[in-house]
Design a protein around this ligand. Sequence first.
Ligand code: SF4
Length: 671
Amino acid sequence: MPTRNAVDPAVAPVILSVSNGDGRRADDGVDATLASIFGGGGMLSRALPGFRFRPQQLAMAQAVAQAIAVRGQLVAEAGTGTGKTFAYLVPALLYGGKVIVSTGTKTLQDQLYERDIPLLRDALAVPVTIAVLKGRANYVCHHHLERTAGEGGDRAELADVPENASIWPLVTSTRDNCLGANCAFHKDCFVLKARKDALDADVVVVNHHLFFADVMLRDEGLAELLPACNTVILDEAHQLPDTATLFFGEQTTAGQLSELARDAEIAARTAARDVPQLPDAAADIVPALRKVRLAAGEAPGKFTQETIAARSGFTEALDELAAGLDRLATEMQHCAERSEDLASIARRADDAAARLARWRSGLAEGQDGAAGEWIRWVDVTPQGWQLQASPLSVADVFRRQVESTARAWIFTSATLAVARDFSHYTQLLGLAEAATGCWDSPFDYPAQGLLYVPRDLPPPNTREHTEAVVDAALPVLKASGGRAFILFTTLRALAIARERLAVAFARDGLDFPLLVQGDGSKTELLVRFRTLSNAVLLGSASFWEGVDVPGDALSLVVIDKLPFAPPDDPILAARLDKLKADGGNPFVDWQIPQAAISLKQGAGRLIRTETDRGVLMICDPRLTDKPYGRRIWQSLPPMRRTRELQDAVAFFAVARAAEAHVTMNADFAAG
Ligand code: SF4
């Protein structure tokens, strides 16, 4: 057995509390085994070229093993480069029993299933079986397309048909229109086969949407998966509060209802031709949907139920839609015994009518009693709308799920804590008993990165501010040779910056290609950015996370202002009101931690490997002028800090000379 590596106290986890205090601990043998796997000259270094010992990774793996041993909850923040995926996979594969790994994105889901888990399974020689489970929209449905679409039916294998092709909704199933056990294709169904594989496998890789829809809510017939599992690992766990809010809520959307109307009309024309009122009842839904959209007003946006109900004609349009749905449900019920399709549509119409009634009941109930626990709001898009009912807090319902059976829960991400304080996150999810651990990135941030906050910028939220951001960024862009992301908190600011930068580039003879969010898909823009090697990419929220551009192609990240969530968001506004009513301070307890975590995500785009170098430029004077600014910048990786343009320019001028002297500015000296 290889000897155990000494763990540097500097990277030892910050364990604030330990759940399930039954005194059980992973034994020293487990720690030693993990050290022999992760350590210098250990099993992974021998099996994987390029693998090297990172004490943070070993420490996190030992904490994960400990959580598995006591069936506890661990909230683990691991900085970029820690290697957190292996840190949770190794103990999970060795000691986790039946494991569910859930990720925030399909990309990471595929990476785990296709690369990381098979790699570790072979390196560790553990004979585990692995399955991947995606949402049902990813599997071709025989019933909706009476033909086979290749072995396995996973649309990832149908690479020639674009992800967003309009054909997909017609050849895949939804929870609403799946016939389940009554389907003639039941035996050959790709969705059911994928689920069976998942039930049989030792390790199942899912994504958060599926996790909540299928496992937590038991909506799609996977009730057996969670009870059988011993360990749940939630990667990219910073997304969970939002995903949980979405899935513990209820939606009625124009898209759902127009699909229902379409399916009802088709079914009526094929299985109930002698009942002319059926297609009529279905067809009447579509104009009613349009009326609701018209009454919602021209401007897209998110509005509280109260606001939207005050708009002329909105309540009447909903009345009409509700009457139409009731009629459709009644007509369908009369014919339901004729075919499984008609029965299924009758159920859907019933469900939709009931959901709409529940949403509307909020109008009468006001915000008192049980209705006060829900936020009812509407998301108006250019063409459609969604009626949403969101829980004011997901903490209780999530905690109940976590505590329902003894199993280990691992929550991990690079961004969960605010200056090492996890309380905001654990309160959101009701994880008061969870152990928490924070492992810093092994990168040499003081040498690899520089945080530059320019002086004398106008207050944010003004046009002058955006113009000043562009002007301040220009000399830094010249020094970096492009190779930059400029990230904005609003699309309006992005548009202003685009115009001003284009003019400045033309005026100064700079040939940096300007890539702008919206001019192509995110994937296309990133491919072009990496290939061009001197591009400047302007983006907003969607580029703040999940973007990985290692190497020189990205050497400068400019952030226009602190990413405080817009307070006009109905969910946020209601939660802040509740916090205030309970005696809390919404700004300190909610908005600052949220902004710090978002900023950390945006900043995390810059240094992706241990040889990356770059400047993070944050153009918000509040970072240095306001007392809360310090709490925010202390959450960022420990880069050197400056307010001087010449330091930022010099950072690039000295190229790889990591020892370049940068004077620490007095504004930061106290930190
Ligand atoms: S069981 Fe559902 S998903 Fe499977 S083929 Fe039938 S309708 Fe489609």
